[in-house]
Ligand binder design. Structure first.
Ligand code: FES
Length: 184
């Protein structure tokens, strides 16, 4: 094998390695990127990654924890805790007009991270139909922009505007506010 050929092969190997090195972080970044317009929503832990429709979300029932998924690459944006999303559904006329404008067939989406100290807002008070963070007892009103009703949370949960595309719940715009919380 001549020296020239070996040299070209080394350069080719190095180029491929560099290309892969650039590709892998890009995929990781997609998983950690905030949800984008056009993303679909899938249930957290759903190995089949089936896109959700409004019919999958029962009105007035406790929140469903979901992640966004890039519709082309199928990369699930579960690479950051800040990407946790919750869905709840109501009759559209129960929502305030601002919240209804961000809803898809009565389904509303919010950041699932409590603005107080970052716990998951994973509890639901069925009698009051409100979201509850059991870490320090903050309540949020999902029918009105997830504003704080009680507890130490300083701000509403950022909303994730939705739309329907081919009957599927789809992200219409990025979160309405930066995902952040007070360090507890
Ligand atoms: S982290 Fe939710 S109330 Fe403190």
């Amino acid at each position: 094998m001549n020296e020239d050929f070996c040299g070209r092969r080394s350069v080719l190997k190095a180029t491929v390695a560099l290309g892969l090195a650039q590709l892998l972080p890009a995929q990781d970044n997609s998983a950690a990127s905030r949800p984008k317009e056009g993303d679909l929503l899938i249930k957290a832990g759903d190995a089949s990654a089936t896109p959700l429709t409004p019919a999958d979300i029962r009105p007035g029932a406790s929140q469903t924890m979901v992640f966004a998924m890039d519709p082309e690459s199928k990369i699930i944006r579960n690479g950051s805790r800040l990407n946790r999303i919750l869905l709840v559904r109501f009759e559209p006329d129960k929502l305030t007009s601002e919240t209804r404008a961000r809803a898809a067939d009565g389904v509303v989406a919010y950041s699932a991270l409590c603005s107080h100290a970052g716990c998951d807002v994973s509890d639901w008070l069925p009698d009051e139909q409100v979201l509850f963070c059991s870490c320090h007892a903050s309540k949020f009103e999902p029918k009105d922009g997830a504003k704080v009703l009680d507890g130490p949370a300083p701000t509403a949960l950022p909303a994730l505007p939705l739309k329907l595309v081919d009957g599927k719940l789809t992200v219409a715009k990025t979160f309405t506010a930066r995902i952040t919380f007070e360090q507890g």
